[in-house]
Design a binder for this molecule. Sequence first.
Ligand code: SF4
Length: 303
Amino acid sequence: MSHTLSPALRRELADRVRYYNELGIYDFYRRAPAVQESVGNPAAAGIGSWLALSTAASSTELHSEAREEMAARKSAVVAPVADESSLEAHAPKPEYAVTDPVAALKIIREDLGECTRCKLHKQGRKQIVFGVGNPCADLMFVGEGPGADEDAQGEPFVGRAGQLLNNMIKAMGLRREDVYIANVVKCRPPGNRTPEPDECDTCSPFLMRQIAAIKPKVVVALGATAAKNLLAMNLSLGELRGRFYDFKPAGVRSNDAAWPGARLAVTYHPAFLLRDPRQKGEAWKDLQMVMKYLGLKAQKPDA
Ligand code: SF4
């Protein structure tokens, strides 16, 4: 049915389906289309070595600009997550039968199989990069898609950007194995191009199922592609950063009715930070917002 509809109409219909589900018409979840502000004036203390290339001057300017920008956003309203998969949201998923996140992720991986659902399967991928980390993580990072290193090793964020992400995680007082890391698309786009909308729409339901299985407290979207797909909002990264969103993965429900959903924060993709280290101060501010919510203490540099 949905294939004859425009993307905008599909999203609108998906929103409506979710609305009905929120009223309890289907055995689904309730999603509050609300936004919450949380950024104050994060101090620079505790910034890890990954920030070393960010100059104090540029950081100060950016903080000032960001504060103005965030102040202007306080009345913003966020539309619910929606994509085509939401139209099939009431279809039960096989992992609903289990409560163990490890077992649930295994079921989702088996369901994905040697996937040929989108054209990325025939554009040079070596393997599917499903996700890695703690299946019970409180914190989940979501990137765009695998690059060459990730495609070769079968694990997300293992190249230079992955090293920077590791340092960011360490600066938050965590280890890589404490969090879960995945991407919107699980096959490498050729030439590291941005995944196309149809590829994201086809693959992201599996990401949504992963999130529902893991039930994190916070999801951090790394970069615009991840943010736009998770939030179903076509805004710039600058417009999306700087606040928490109430988030429940579209098209699925958690097997734990008590899971209230996650808070979602948006920050820069580590690959972008490698190209423009001046933005590391802004990214650190995003991470501090997450740390404050999770009660994490910053790791001292070189600790
Ligand atoms: Fe399947 Fe996702 Fe790979 Fe496309 S990107 S072929 S949907 S696993």
